[in-house]
Design a protein around this ligand. Structure first.
Ligand code: NAD
Length: 297
């Protein structure tokens, strides 16, 4: 069934996601503060609108893909925003990666306006957005999840319902906190091995089948050689940029502070990625943290 979908935030991720919805036969009305981003959607079959207000009354579904919580609060709850201008019953899907608190505040405000909402952050990066192979981690009522799923199926391959409002964001930051911590752990092991005269390939061969095995080692090895496809073999071009990892680690720390969870390694990982980004590593792949650790040795 073809519906009219509003899409707000047509950047690196949102642009190709909106294009996939248009290619699947939906009428897509796009809005972004960048005209170039809207032009790219129009070139692929979408339509451009000049404001959230112009779009909101016309659409059945709105997807947002914005940088951070403050943008999401503004676009949904600000003057002339979605909650003020959309019809009751409009399905709302926020795929931005934002703090759990903002996700829950906006979802509760949407419920007051009788607009079902899910938080549905993604993993899979720009390639996953373009290929329609993203993983969506979804928080919200079961009925909102079921309503959103046909749209998420167009933009992604794996769609997981993680529980109530905010739980999509919670799943995303918990997963990425594991990833940040384990990438540092694996990198430290390779740096130590170098100092001890243990060949990187030997450490890989042993640990990838021993108790040190983890995704950061066996799918995304931070040193060149053992895995030809990992960013280490292309001078750490991302991939997943260190700046993005830092954003997610900071969100995890915010959530840990507001919920009272003890995450000492998460805090240390955020501090190390912060130092790495401040020293110019921001745009490199997050596995380049190994170079930072080697340099600090
Ligand atoms: P981006 O900066 O490329 O795109 C954001 C877009 O939002 C921009 O085009 C900007 O003009 C627009 N925008 C900002 N405020 C707006 C407003 N008030 N109204 C309309 N448009 C507005 O960022 P991105 O890489 O597409 O990332 C978007 C989200 O996805 C972020 O939360 C990010 O953490 C998350 N994410 C990104 C990746 C990735 O690999 N890029 C992977 C997973 C998740």
């Amino acid at each position: 069934m073809s519906t009219t979908v509003g899409f707000i935030g047509l950047g690196n991720m949102g642009g190709p996601m909106a294009i996939n919805l248009a290619k699947a036969g939906h009428r897509v009305l796009g809005f972004d503060m960048s005209k170039a981003a809207m032009d790219a959607l129009v070139a692929e079959g979408g339509e451009a609108v000049s404001s959230v207000t112009e779009m909101a009354a016309e659409v059945d579904v709105i997807v947002t893909m914005l940088p951070a919580g403050k943008h999401v609060r503004e676009v949904y709850m600000g003057e002339g925003g979605i909650l003020e201008t959309a019809k009751a019953g409009t399905l709302l899907i926020d795929s931005s990666t934002i703090d759990v608190d903002s996700a829950r505040v906006v979802s509760a405000a949407a419920a007051e306006k009788s607009m079902p909402m899910v938080d549905a952050p993604v993993s899979g990066g720009v390639a996953g957005a373009a290929g329609g192979t993203l993983t969506f981690m979804v928080g919200g009522e079961e009925s909102a999840f079921e309503a959103a799923k046909p749209y998420l199926d167009i933009m992604g391959k794996t769609i997981v319902h993680a529980g109530g409002a905010g739980n999509g964001q919670a799943a995303k930051i918990c997963n990425n906190m594991i990833l940040g911590i384990t990438m540092i752990g694996v990198s430290e092991a390779f740096v130590l091995a170098e100092r001890l005269g243990l060949d990187a390939q030997k450490l890989f061969d042993i640990s990838s089948t021993a108790s040190g095995q983890c995704w950061a080692l066996t799918s995304y090895c931070p040193v060149p050689g053992p895995l030809p496809a990992s960013p280490a073999n292309r001078d750490y071009q991302p991939g997943f940029a260190a700046g993005m990892m830092l954003k997610d680690l900071k969100l995890a720390q915010e959530a840990a502070n507001s919920s009272g969870a003890a995450t000492p390694l998460g805090a240390e990982s955020a501090a190390l990625y912060s130092m790495f980004c401040n020293s110019g590593g921001d745009a490199q792949d997050f596995s380049a943290i190994v170079k930072f650790l080697r340099g600090s040795s």
